[in-house]
Design a binder for this molecule. Structure first.
Ligand code: CP3
Length: 346
């Protein structure tokens, strides 16, 4: 692999707030169900089999690289594999989403979770190595992990939740218990991301998808504190760190205190305004509403151009969605959006 090419890529330059001739683009959930080619693989294997078989994980990771000509690849995996490695009995059922059959509800459940789980996540390091051989320096590979609060919410609720009732009850009634769980997840996450860096990823993103459920004070105490701990514990070398949460249009100034290189912003905020509130050396990623990808092509084009004109003259801007692509978004619209983005010049 040619590291120099990757370091000179649009994505890495933008992540380190250096000039680029246009914004680089990748999209959260770019390898997934909106793609007919994803279904060809998915119909043959379970989701966890796909994640755990390096050759298959690599095949799926490469789909948007080959079919969309995207500017960065993201490892095909899931944020919940850390929870599984710690002892969670994880399954994914079509139409139901993720489930932990043994939810974590009390201190003894927390005590039985493992934290020395590098070996159990070996398949991720192996997938990264296969993907890097396939990419061969063409574009950077992003690794990722879930943030402790978001992973905790799945462990405690036993799956997806609308209101995070049990999780928030634990934070409020038993904060010491919540902290012991979050500390364990944070430890596993630092080791896991360092393992990904060692295996060869070129950037890492921390997903705190459900942080928006928290009040400002609770975000500080139960989320920010652990993300800070994780980022401080990374062997960053020249690897940019991206911090994502839904709710970033409120929390971004606090997220910046953990010193990521990039903050991924949801679509509620004006991106330029948000960038102006952060220090010069922090890049922003975002912040298209994923729903624009359902709209007519002229709307897609207009919204992309509107965002890019707004960000004209700014170093440190990576084009992405404010959250992941929905499974029923037309593939052709995503392809069109990437073409519009790649044609643009500052
Ligand atoms: O972005 C990518 O293309 C890389 C792969 C990736 C997946 N999940 C694949 C996946 C990434 C980065 C994730 C992260 C993830 N997983 C998050 C954080 C990002 C976000 O969207 O906020 C969260 C909250 C999860 C947990 C999770 N995994 C859920 C809620 C679901 C079910 C979603 C649903 O709509 O049913 C998953 C499953 C999952 N992860 C799929 C994919 C492609 C779908 C699996 C399938 O094919 O059925």
């Amino acid at each position: 692999m040619n590291n120099q090419d990757v370091n000179d890529s649009l994505f890495i330059r933008a992540a380190f707030s250096k000039p680029t001739e246009r914004p680089p683009v990748w999209m959260m959930r770019q390898a997934g169900r909106f793609m007919p080619q994803y279904w060809e693989i998915k119909n043959k294997y379970s989701f966890l089999e796909m994640c755990k078989t390096p050759e298959i994980a690599a095949d799926v990771t490469m789909l948007p690289v080959d079919l969309l000509d995207i500017d960065a690849a993201i490892l095909f995996s899931d944020i919940l594999v850390t929870g599984e490695a710690m002892g969670g009995d994880l399954s994914f059922t079509q139409g139901v989403g993720p489930k932990f059959a043994n939810p974590v509800r009390n201190q003894s459940d927390i005590d039985s979770l493992l934290t020395d789980v590098g070996d159990r996540l070996d398949y991720v390091a192996n997938a990264i190595k296969v993907i890097q051989q396939r990419l061969n320096g063409r574009i950077p590979l992003i690794g990722f992990a879930g943030a402790p609060f978001t992973v905790m919410s799945y462990l405690v609720e036993g799956g997806s939740s609308r209101d995070f009732k049990l999780t928030k009850l634990m934070l409020h009634n038993h904060p010491e218990m919540a902290h012991s769980l979050l500390s364990k997840i944070a430890k596993v996450t630092v080791d896991y991301l360092n393992m990904q860096i060692e295996a060869g990823v070129n950037a890492v993103q921390i997903f705190d998808s459900w942080a928006q459920a928290l009040s400002w004070d609770d975000y500080k105490e139960f989320s920010h504190r652990y993300i800070n701990e994780i980022i401080s514990g990374l062997n960053r070398k020249d690897i940019p760190v991206i911090s994502f949460c839904k709710g970033s249009s409120v929390f971004a100034p606090l997220m910046a205190e953990a010193k990521p290189d990039v903050i991924s912003i949801d679509w509620n905020a004006d991106l330029l305004d948000m960038k102006g509130r952060l220090s010069q050396n922090i890049a922003v990623q975002g912040n298209l509403d994923p729903h624009i990808l359902y709209a007519d092509k002229k709307v897609i084009r207009e919204r992309i151009h509107r965002l890019f004109e707004r960000m004209r003259g700014q170093n440190g801007f990576i084009c992405n969605l404010g959250h992941g692509i929905m499974p029923d978004i037309p593939f052709d619209n995503v392809k069109y959006a990437v073409e519009v983005i790649k044609e643009y010049r500052y």
